[in-house]
Design a binder for this molecule. Structure first.
Ligand code: ADP
Ligand code: ZN
Ligand code: ZN
Length: 882
């Protein structure tokens, strides 16, 4: 299907009213529809990216006279007919010739001219992602835009308007008059005058200089020295060659705003609050990243810092230096899940408050459409200085992206699991390379992919092995950070006030020297549950005696404990002892989980729900029992085993209501909770200052998984959860219950030895020929029956073999790397049925990424031709779950 085939369908009438920039009242309008087939000398052709599952661009006619003479440029948003419908698209190229027969060519119907065109670097990112992940450009580009940009009814008023004051250039002595009128003592008024001397002043900026700026400025307008204009916010932003107004208006305002940007005096009350004195390791990291940023060029860093080593502080201070040095620079900070770490968001806002409202913009799927569009535009226009977002933020557009941070870079959440299955971390690295800027990948347990890059010297490793001393933590110092114009000398690091801090009573003091010691990491102890049983101290409902004793002690000491169990619900399955019945989901190949509080059996895969049966549905036995345990059951047990403890459960069930997670975590921080029990939701990110004990139940299941990444994930997860202990300086303990205490994973964990674990794992992966030593792609198929899915994959193997043979035979000089791509046989997926859909997969891999990439397009083409409609399929590059 292409545009030409659809040309005769649909009509182009009356959509012009959708935008403020439809054709003017021009008599030739009447000719638009009737004149589709007529070529005119001034016509241009645009190649447009549309969100269609076809890897091609679509040609349209563009008549400048219908758009006030505006000449199209790549990156512009347009509204075009497609089939019987209309779609938003992005101009990808403007061409002089088209292969579509002119009489079938359709026309661009509207264009969005208040959003500056998407820049060349953004388009390059999209094109790369489309190529790498084997999708069409439009399929990647359009979904990367917020909804508001794809909705033509909003075009024309996407940008907020802003009031700007400037000295009247038609009044030659305007400045002298103003200057003479304002007494030297009137500090706030003087600041306004100073700023105006540099150029136009927007009202929000003016308000930061003078609390009642509006009244004052209006008074000066009345006295004839100032003028007041209302302008589009976008127009006031300095373009850097890829942003800016497509129409080239407001150039003079732009230039003078630019000059003003560096010179605005800063009120002492608006400087950044409370930066911390860095530990030596933090300082070293900041220095190195600063140096790379100053030197310019792509500089990938792997910031390997144990939990609690203060990686966030490294990001904050580096960003502060960068954004202070360069008043136009922007930074992208990616986090795995924004809602789980509201602290992070608040911290960034606080630290960068002096950059003004909206300097920190968040981007994540939890935002309402309007807000997301506004934040997205703020980045695109250069107004947002820091974009703090989840994986989707990696596709945001910037005017001057100068640094990228990926926090907890190992997190699986960076991998999009539907649609375009991209890795935001990998795209972030690509983007940094393309732009020639530093990128910091931070983690206590880096992905083996990133670790091996560092081992090979491709990433620069920065290690932080200790937690900053409590003493330093007690001494919060206000960091004076005057905004300086680009190029002004001081690196910012020198400005940290380094008074000798007072010693906190919590800080461990070295007896010999009297010097406060850096924080120690929590002590990890393994509880051998098998041994406990032999010693006649069996676990009670999953809790071993030593763990219960430790929980009671902490309660007595008034300290918090955390119990981690990565399984929600009451019990993973209900079963009948007498006939062997288990509660299975009727729609999935999975168990129904017992949710005792709601008296329901629930499927965690498809959402199926039913009431708990009073008796076994097979044999009528009334004695059906829950098997295993989830967080609800652990909560119940804890109430019995640790009397008097205030137990709080945090998991997906207890936080279903929007905002409820934040409220629950606030209780923990406030000290209103003694024992926190929960899933992975409590394991990462949170800086619990009062938790001194972490207990881990049931960690063994992942040890012997068929998924080769399971141990990597388990290790990361246990390190993360262990890292919640002892952050407040009180020293922490981690107790892990296991039947396999000698397992190397647990042994490495007790030593906090990530490098040892990584080295062993990488050796295993190399020997087994697994990633990162091999590159994979997965073809997944879904159908109403397993036979259909498997049959499709069987045909896919034939297509694959044919594509390889074809590549061989057409290769010049008989050489092709297609043979380096290895194909496995199709297999049903481990969880073969979900919601009555059967799933199967086919893996291909190669030691050469290039060979794999070269083969995929031809294979996909063959698959597309084979498509019958009964099977849904997709190719995933670099799959995480196999
Ligand atoms: P990570 O992300 O590396 O696990 P965080 O960034 O959460 O660690 O920092 C852990 C704790 O240490 C936080 O409470 C943070 O405020 C504190 N902290 C960080 N740097 C310093 C420092 N230089 N001095 C004192 N406290 C610090
Ligand atoms: Zn039964
Ligand atoms: Zn189900």
């Amino acid at each position: 299907m292409d545009v030409a085939e659809r040309a005769e369908e649909g009509d182009a009438a009356d959509v012009f009213t959708l935008t403020s920039h439809g054709p003017r009242d021009d008599p030739s309008d009447a000719a638009i529809d009737g004149g589709e087939g007529v070529d005119r000398p001034d016509d241009l052709y645009v190649r447009v990216a549309l969100d269609q599952p076809i890897p091609t661009l679509f040609d349209y006619r563009y008549r400048p006279e219908h758009f006030g003479g505006v000449i199209p440029v790549p990156g512009m948003l347009v509204w075009v007919p497609f089939g019987k419908r209309r779609n938003a698209g992005i101009v990808w190229a403007v061409v002089a010739q088209t292969d579509v027969p002119l009489k079938r060519l359709r026309s661009v119907e509207a264009l969005c001219d208040d959003c500056p065109p998407l820049g060349a670097d953004w388009r390059a990112l999209i094109a790369f992602a489309a190529g790498y992940y084997q999708r069409g450009i439009g399929e990647v580009a359009l979904p990367a835009l917020p909804q508001g940009l794809r909705d033509p009814s909003r075009w024309g008023h996407l940008l907020p308007r802003e009031i700007v004051y400037a000295l009247r250039d038609d009044v030659p002595d305007a400045y002298t008059r103003l200057d003479a009128a304002v007494p030297k003592r009137a500090a706030a008024m003087r600041r306004l005058v100073e700023a105006l001397a540099h150029g136009p002043l927007s009202l929000p900026t003016a308000r930061r200089l003078h609390p009642r700026a509006a009244a004052q400025l209006d008074a000066w307008c009345a006295s004839g020295t100032l003028r007041r204009d209302e302008i589009d916010v976008g127009m006031a932003v300095v373009p850097n060659g890829n942003g800016g107004s497509p129409l080239g208006t407001a150039g003079d305002v732009t230039e003078r705003m630019d000059e003003a940007a560096g010179g605005v005096p800063i009120d002492a009350s608006t400087v950044s609050p409370a930066a911390r004195i860095l530990s030596a390791e933090q300082q070293e990291a900041v220095t190195q990243i600063d140096a790379a940023a100053l030197a310019g060029g792509f500089a990938p860093f792997l910031l390997h810092g144990v939990t609690g080593s203060g990686k966030t502080e490294v990001y904050l201070q580096t960003l502060l230096h960068l954004l202070t040095r360069d008043p136009l620079a922007q930074a992208l900070v990616l986090v795995p899940e924004i809602n789980l770490t509201p602290q992070f968001d608040a911290l960034f806002r606080r630290r960068f408050a002096h950059l003004g409202d909206g300097a920190v913009a968040t981007l994540h799927s939890g935002l309402a459409d309007g807000e997301r569009t506004r934040h997205w535009l703020a980045a695109h226009l250069g107004r947002a200085r820091i974009v703090l977002g989840t994986r989707l933020a990696v596709m945001a557009s910037f005017t001057r992206l100068a640094m990228i941070v990926v926090d907890e870079e190992h997190e699986a959440a960076y991998k999009q699991q539907e649609g375009l299955r991209y890795s935001a971390r990998d795209l972030a690295v690509w983007r940094a390379k393309q732009l020639g800027v530093p990128i910091v990948l931070g983690s206590a347990t880096p992905s083996l992919e990133s670790w091996s890059q560092a081992e090979q010297g491709r990433y620069r490793r920065l290690s932080m092995t200790t937690r900053p001393a409590t003493t330093a933590r007690a001494a919060e110092v206000a960091m004076q950070t005057p905004l300086q114009p680009a190029g002004a000398g001081s690196s910012g690091a020198d400005e940290v006030v380094t008074d000798v801090p007072t010693v906190s009573p919590l800080a461990p003091i070295d007896a010999a020297s009297g010097v406060p010691q850096p924080h120690v990491l929590p002590r990890v102890t393994l509880i051998d549950t098998e041994l406990e049983r032999q010693r006649k101290r069996p676990s009670i409902d999953g809790f071993s005696a030593p763990l219960v004793a430790a929980l009671r002690t902490r309660l007595a000491q008034g300290e918090q404990s955390l119990v981690f169990l990565n399984r929600r619900g009451y019990a993973p399955v209900l079963s009948c002892d007498s006939c062997g019945w288990v509660s299975g989901c009727p729609r999935c190949s999975a168990y129904l989980v017992l949710h005792k509080l709601d008296r329901a059996l629930r499927c965690h895969h498809c959402g199926w729900q039913q009431r708990i049966p009073p008796a076994c549905p097979e044999c009528g036995n009334v004695d059906i029992a829950p098997m295993g345990r989830g967080t609800q059951r652990a909560e119940e047990t804890l109430a019995e085993l640790v009397p008097g403890a205030r137990v709080l459960r945090i998991d997906a069930d207890s936080t279903r209501k929007k905002g409820s997670a934040a409220a629950l975590f606030a209780n923990v921080h406030a000290g209103d909770v003694d024992i926190l029990v929960g899933t992975h939701m409590i394991a990462k990110g949170h800086d619990f200052q009062r938790v001194s004990l972490v207990g881990v139940l049931n960690a063994d299941s992942a040890l012997f998984s068929h998924d080769f990444r399971a141990t990597e994930r388990l290790f990361a997860q246990l390190m993360q959860v262990a890292g919640r202990a002892g952050r407040g300086g009180q020293g922490g303990d981690v107790l892990i219950q296991t039947r396999h205490p000698t397992h190397p994973l647990f042994q490495a964990l007790t030593r906090h030895d990530y490098p040892g674990f990584a080295a062993a794992s990488l050796t295993e992966r190399r020997q087994a020929g697994l990633p990162p030593y091999i590159y994979q792609a997965l073809l997944r198929a879904e159908a109403k029956t397993l036979e259909q899915a498997m049959a499709f994959l069987q045909r896919a193997t034939a297509h694959f073999d044919a594509v390889v043979a074809e590549a061989e035979s057409s290769a010049t000089a008989g050489r092709s790397d297609a043979r380096e791509v290895h194909r496995f046989d199709p297999v049903p997926m481990a969880l073969v049925k979900i919601a009555n859909t059967f799933r199967a997969q086919l893996l291909i891999e190669s030691a050469s990424r290039a060979a794999l990439q070269r083969l995929l397009p031809a294979w996909q083409q063959a698959l597309r031709a084979d498509q019958s409609g009964v099977v849904r399929w997709a190719v995933e590059v670099d799959p995480l779950d196999i």
